[in-house]
Every structure is written in structure tokens, then in C-alpha cells.
Design a protein around this ligand. Structure first.
Ligand code: NAP
Ligand code: GDD
Length: 325
């Protein structure tokens, strides 16, 4: 199917930038929705900045979303924008609800009015499972969100299911478990560790402060997950799909592996436990079962835990070495 048009919200973020690269490679005309900031934030788009078109808009603002959908007439809409940091969602619950929850609804309304045939992808999250009562988690696992972010994602998830059922729109949820890369924001734990470890190895920092190092996550590699995102909208019917590696590891294990990659075996002296990074309610353990995605979309995660830590630490070592002191 040549000459398809895609509209991506959240294009400046980790997943949005990888997805834009994938779609450009596949010959799509790609529009990226960007909100107005006092300083432009397009670092991750450097490879493809001249190959995509930028549309001004904000998930907080219905008018701009209507106009973005109307003027781009997309075949596929990928809603990747969100206030995506769980930690800050406790301090900014209303903003998180507005952007991450209601923002998805606003986009659905814009698509319903201006491009009802478009296929819509919603970036749902394993954080919706939250306080889990079974392992691994799949598409039938009940939701028990543990943060304002998780609550907002549950709202957006059900809004998508509702628009699918009420208006026969092609709307799909990707329930993705944590996925990381050198483009991950520095506040997320894997990147905080890879950056912190690289700084210690290069003599630019003495310690790394962390919160709950016993928390466990199912961590995959982001460039592989945007392939799943794309495949979700190529399926013959809309639906909900879990994306995960099937393995769970603790923050402590990731820390150890990251130090090992940097050549530091005895790492405990560098790590400081600071309760200010603890959350009022924690998600202790997530591990996903993505056999539905394997069966119906032909997708499996390839990069696992150790390789992921290696990719991230090596990228930060290289970046920080080039920066000098
Ligand atoms: P990210 O790097 O934090 O990117 C978030 C994007 O949302 C950025 O482009 C940001 O733009 C944009 N955004 C924030 N507020 C906005 C607003 N009001 N209007 C328009 N755009 C706004 O997140 P990510 O890791 O790529 O994740 C992509 C999506 O998947 C998110 O919805 C996230 O919640 C979800 N998700 C992520 C994971 C994961 O492990 N990465 C797992 C499951 C689900 P600025 O650059 O202007 O801030
Ligand atoms: N950020 C952070 N910083 N987390 C820490 C720290 C720290 O210093 N120390 C321990 N942790 C623990 C957190 O308490 C949490 O249990 C775990 O590390 C992972 O935290 P994050 O990397 O912030 O990710 P997250 O799992 O809360 O959320 C990410 O994954 C979700 C999918 O499950 C985000 O990408 C969400 O947007 C995404 O939906």
C-alpha cells in the first residue's frame, strides 16, 4: 500500500522518534504533532527532521487536534504523546489525567469527526496492571493501577475500546511493557543508571542515588517495540496486544549489569539508596506474556536484559567521552 499518511503524537519522544524513522523508511508521509515549547526539543529527530512534516498541536487543546487531523487526512494515527513519567504523576495528577487520559479522548473525537476511517493506535501501558495478582500478565489480566499515570492510561484504554464498539472505528491498544534505549529520558531508571554508571566510570561522578532497587520490570528494546506498534495497525481487525520480553529483572540486577559493562565489579560502594525516589504506591513486579502478538502479528522481542544494558551503557560512555569534562 504505497503513499500512506501517518500522524504521530509524541514524535519528539523515545518511541515517536523511532516510529517516525520506521515509517519514513517504509515510504509513509509522516506528520509529527509537536506542542509549543519556549525552546524546541527535536534532538531525537535529527536523522529525519527534513523527511517529516511538523504540525503544531497539544493534547490539551481540542481545536488544534481537530485541525491537525483535518488538514493531514491520515490513514493511521499513532497516539504516543503523554505525561509519561510515573513518578511525577503523583505530584501532577490533574495534568497527567488531562494529557494522558483526556488527551487520548480528545484525539479520538478529532479522528471521529475528521478522519473516521483512520486506524488509531493508543500507547497503553503495563502500568495499568499495577498491583498484579497473577504472572505473567496478558490481555485478560485485570487492571489495578497504582499511580495517577496508570489511572489515566486505564481511562484512555477504555475510551479506545468504547470508540471501537460504539462507532466501529479501527482503534487498537498496545499494552506495552517497559522498553528502553539510549533515547530514554534521563529520569527513567534504566537511563538514570546507564548515564550514572558511565559518569562514575569516566570519573565525572562519585555516586548514583536510587529508590526501590527491589522493583522488577520486563525491560525490552524500544526500536523493536515500534515495529510492534506499526504491526498492530496493519492487522486485519482492531484489538489489544501485549508487548513484552517475558523476562523480569530487578533494578538491582540492572544496576549490577550496567556497572559490569563499564568494567566495575565491586559497585555497591557507588550506590546510595535515597527514599525520596520511592513512590506513594509502588508497582513491585511486572512480567508480560506477548504470545498473542507473536501469534497474530508475528512479533517477538529479540533483545533481552543483558544486551539492553550493554547498548545503553556503551551509548552513554560514548556520548559522555565525546563531551569532554
Ligand atoms: P516520552 O519519551 O516521554 O515521550 C512523550 C511524548 O509526549 C513527547 O514527545 C512529549 O513532547 C509528548 N507530549 C507530552 N505532553 C504533550 C502534550 N500536552 N501535547 C502533545 N504532546 C505531548 O515517552 P515514550 O517512552 O516515547 O512513550 C511513548 C508512549 O508510550 C507514551 O504515551 C507512554 O506513556 C507510553 N508507554 C511507554 C512505555 C515505555 O516503556 N517507554 C511503555 C508503555 C507505554 P515534548 O517533547 O514536548 O515533551
Ligand atoms: N525513575 C526511577 N528513578 N525509578 C526508580 C528509581 C529511581 O531513582 N529507583 C528505583 N526505581 C524503580 C521505580 O520505583 C519503579 O518501580 C521502577 O524503578 C521503574 O521506574 P521507571 O523507570 O520510572 O519506569 P516505570 O515502570 O515507572 O514506568 C515506565 O514504564 C511504564 C510501562 O510499565 C514508563 O515508561 C511509563 O510511561 C510506562 O507506561
Amino acid at each position: 500500500m504505497p503513499n500512506r499518511t501517518a500522524l504521530i503524537t509524541g514524535v519528539t519522544g523515545q518511541d515517536g522518534s523511532y516510529l517516525a524513522e520506521l515509517l519514513v523508511q517504509k515510504g509513509y508521509r509522516v506528520y509529527g504533532l509537536i506542542r509549543r515549547l519556549s525552546s524546541p526539543n527535536v534532538t531525537h529527530l535529527s536523522i529525519i527532521r527534513d523527511k517529516i512534516e511538523i504540525i503544531d498541536g497539544d493534547l490539551m487543546d481540542q481545536t488544534s487536534l481537530n485541525e491537525a487531523v483535518r488538514c493531514t487526512s491520515p490513514d493511521e494515527v499513532y497516539n504516543l504523546a503523554a505525561q509519561s513519567f510515573v513518578g511525577i504523576s503523583f505530584g501532577q495528577p490533574v495534568l497527567t489525567g488531562e494529557v494522558t487520559g483526556l488527551g487520548a479522548l480528545r484525539l479520538l473525537e478529532a479522528v471521529k469527526s475528521h478522519a473516521p476511517q483512520a486506524r488509531v493506535y493508543q500507547a497503553s501501558s503495563s502500568e495499568m496492571f499495577g498491583h498484579v495478582d497473577r504472572e505473567p500478565q496478558d490481555e485478560s489480566t485485570p487492571f489495578h493501577p497504582r499511580s495517577p499515570y496508570g489511572v489515566a492510561k486505564v481511562y484512555a484504554y477504555w475510551a479506545c475500546v468504547n470508540y471501537r464498539e460504539a462507532y466501529s472505528m479501527f482503534v487498537s491498544n498496545g499494552i506495552l511493557f517497559n522498553h528502553e534505549s539510549p533515547r530514554r529520558g534521563l529520569e527513567f531508571v534504566t537511563r538514570k543508571i546507564s548515564d550514572g554508571v558511565a559518569r562514575i566510570a569516566l570519573g565525572k561522578a562519585q555516586t548514583l542515588s536510587l529508590g526501590n532497587v527491589d522493583a522488577k520490570r520486563d525491560w525490552g528494546y524500544a526500536p523493536e517495540y515500534v515495529e510492534l506498534i506499526w504491526r498492530t495497525l496493519q492487522h486485519s481487525t482492531p484489538g489489544d496486544f501485549v508487548g513484552a520480553t517475558g523476562e523480569s529483572h530487578s533494578v538491582r540486577e540492572f544496576t549490577g549489569e550496567a556497572f559490569r559493562v563499564a568494567g566495575i565489579e565491586d559497585w555497591s560502594k557507588y550506590v546510595v539508596i535515597d527514599s525520596k525516589f520511592n513512590r506513594p504506591s509502588e508497582v513491585y513486579n511486572l512480567r508480560g506474556d506477548s504470545s498473542k502478538a507473536a501469534r497474530e502479528l508475528g512479533w517477538t522481542a529479540k533483545t533481552k536484559f543483558k544486551e539492553l544494558a550493554q547498548i545503553m551503557v556503551e551509548a552513554d560512555l560514548k556520548r559522555l567521552s565525546q563531551q569532554g569534562s
